[in-house]
Design a protein around this ligand. Structure first.
Ligand SMILES: *[C@@H]1O[C@H](CO)[C@@H](O)[C@H](O)[C@H]1NC(C)=O
Ligand SMILES: *[C@@H]1O[C@H](CO)[C@@H](O)[C@H](O)[C@H]1NC(C)=O
Length: 180
């Protein structure tokens, strides 16, 4: 008798927990990445994964409108390219000859890229979007130029250049979103 009572209690408890977990689960709304999905769909097939990984890493991305996403994208691009610039500075401190020349060229590329990203951020502040495509697209040129500086030899900056290309493609897509 005692055991069947205990069993009943256990069953009630188990059912209660099950019901609770159903309620909790259905109240967890997935984040709204509609704008991210929209922007990133235009970066396919090469950069859509990069695009989603990068943008969704930012807490402002869920539910963001195009302008917020633009701040996220160019802000992250700026931080990323600054990191690369610092990396180049540290590589330069320990290199000579041709490698040094290649790195100097890349330093110039990343300085230009950072200036362009800053211009894009300024344009967001003043809500003038006419030059965003140009600033974004020019990042691709800088990434390609840095990569080609090492042509025929192994570049220590290939991954960085790939990231800059990704940010370029994201920027172009976001510019299209803002210009409509
Ligand atoms: C740039 O961003 C990519 C993607 O998030 C990351 O893997 C990489 O480490 C970043 N590079 C720098 C220098 O911050
Ligand atoms: C400079 O490069 C040499 C050869 O690659 C390496 O052994 C040394 O640890 C490096 N020094 C610094 C400060 O990075």
């Amino acid at each position: 008798m005692a055991t069947s009572h205990a069993l009943l209690l256990f069953c009630n408890l188990a059912f209660g927990l099950l019901a609770l977990s159903v309620v909790v689960e259905s109240s967890v709304v997935p984040p709204d990445y509609a704008e991210v999905d929209h922007v990133c769909s235009r970066t396919a097939p090469y950069y859509d994964k990069f695009c989603k990984d990068v943008l969704e890493s930012d807490p402002r991305a869920p539910g963001a409108d195009a302008l917020t996403l633009a701040y996220v994208a160019f802000g992250l691009a700026h931080r990323n390219a600054s990191g690369t610039r610092d990396q180049i500075t540290s590589l330069l401190s320990n290199s000579t000859g041709l490698v040094r020349q290649h790195l100097e060229r890349c330093r110039g590329d990343y300085a230009t890229a950072l200036a362009n990203i800053q211009e894009a951020l300024n344009d967001l502040d003043s809500k003038t979007y006419g030059r965003l495509t140009y600033f974004s697209a020019s990042l691709l040129d800088r990434a390609k130029d840095c990569e080609s500086a090492f042509k025929g030899t192994k570049s220590p900056l290939t991954d960085n250049n790939e990231d800059l290309k990704g940010f370029s493609v994201i920027g172009v897509s976001i510019a299209e979103e803002l210009i409509v």
